[in-house]
Ligand binder design. Structure first.
Ligand code: SAM
Length: 272
């Protein structure tokens, strides 16, 4: 079979790093995430994944984040089995396959048009599943989605590319559009944002994670009326940290001694 050409650059290209990480982690002996769609897609893309510098350890981190967000999404859907799901900055991620939403759910995968175009070439459609090619910073598309049901909104690896004003206006538009629901995403502190700039994936894609460093998730609650902070999971506190190689575990143990570093990355959930 002829392999699919990839014409992604900049921030859109970063989805190839997370895709590859999920495929790589799925192949490990005792995986935290099994993503057959990612494994299949990596084999079908005409792309040199080695340029992104995704190590086994990075792949485990990517898979761990995904597995927690899958779990939180399933949990949200167990309370809202008729939800409209917005999967923002979906990239080539196969969450809708992994989570297996209840049949009444309307699932929308949203990313830049060139990413969605590649998704459509790679993955088959199915009832209840939709894609939207557009930017989350210009969410006019929101007006066309069904808003008579609760919204379950998931964003993985997205918010770090958005400024504070963009995050606040996106969240406010979502709260305004749906009668209620939950919003879950990964949030990175200003320290984490500064440290991540040297990572190979950002050099390879020419991307900067110049977005909002979120040091206190409660701040969002005060900036977006109607949004309530529910819970968080700090990455360094995940029991699965024991799965990392010893240099990473040592670094984690040292990092945990410094309060500013302790909460450098976390998953957060809000309801409205
Ligand atoms: C690191 S990738 C993560 C992809 C996917 N969520 C995953 O975890 O595999 C970041 C994704 O965010 C998307 N993205 C960044 N800024 C965006 C914007 N303003 N509107 C829509 N998508 C955006 C990129 O195109 C890319 O697919």
């Amino acid at each position: 079979m002829e392999r699919e050409k990839v014409r992604l650059s900049g921030v859109a290209e970063t989805t190839l790093a997370t895709l590859y990480g999920k495929a790589l982690a799925s192949r490990s002996a005792d995986p935290v995430l099994v993503d057959r769609q990612a494994q299949d897609a990596v084999g079908r893309l005409d792309y040199d994944f080695s340029r992104l510098g995704v190590s086994r350890s990075t792949a485990l981190g990517i898979a761990l984040r995904s597995s927690y967000l899958d779990r939180w999404t399933r949990e949200a859907l167990s309370h809202h089995p008729d939800a409209t799901v917005l999967h923002l900055g979906c990239g080539l991620d196969g969450r809708s396959q992994r989570v297996e939403p209840p049949p009444a759910v309307h699932w929308y995968d949203i990313d830049y048009p060139e990413v969605i175009e590649l998704r459509r070439r790679l993955y088959p459609g199915r009832p209840g599943y939709h894609t939207v090619g557009g930017s989350v910073t210009e969410p006019q598309w929101l007006a066309h989605l069904p808003a008579d049901r609760p919204g379950v909104v998931v964003a993985e690896g997205l918010v770090q590319y958005l400024t504070e004003a963009e995050v606040v206006s996106l969240l406010a538009a979502i709260v305004d559009r749906f009668p209620g629901g939950v919003i879950i995403f990964d949030a990175w502190s200003s320290l984490a944002m500064r440290l991540s700039r040297r990572r190979k994936v950002f050099r390879a894609t020419g991307t900067g994670v110049g977005g909002w460093g979120i040091d206190d998730p409660l701040v969002i609650q005060s900036l977006v009326p109607g949004l309530r902070f529910d819970k968080q999971q700090t990455f360094l506190d995940m029991p699965e940290m024991v799965r990392f190689d010893w240099p990473t575990r040592l670094m984690v143990a040292l990092t945990k001694r410094f309060p500013a570093a302790y909460n450098s990355g976390r998953l957060v959930r809000y309801s409205f």
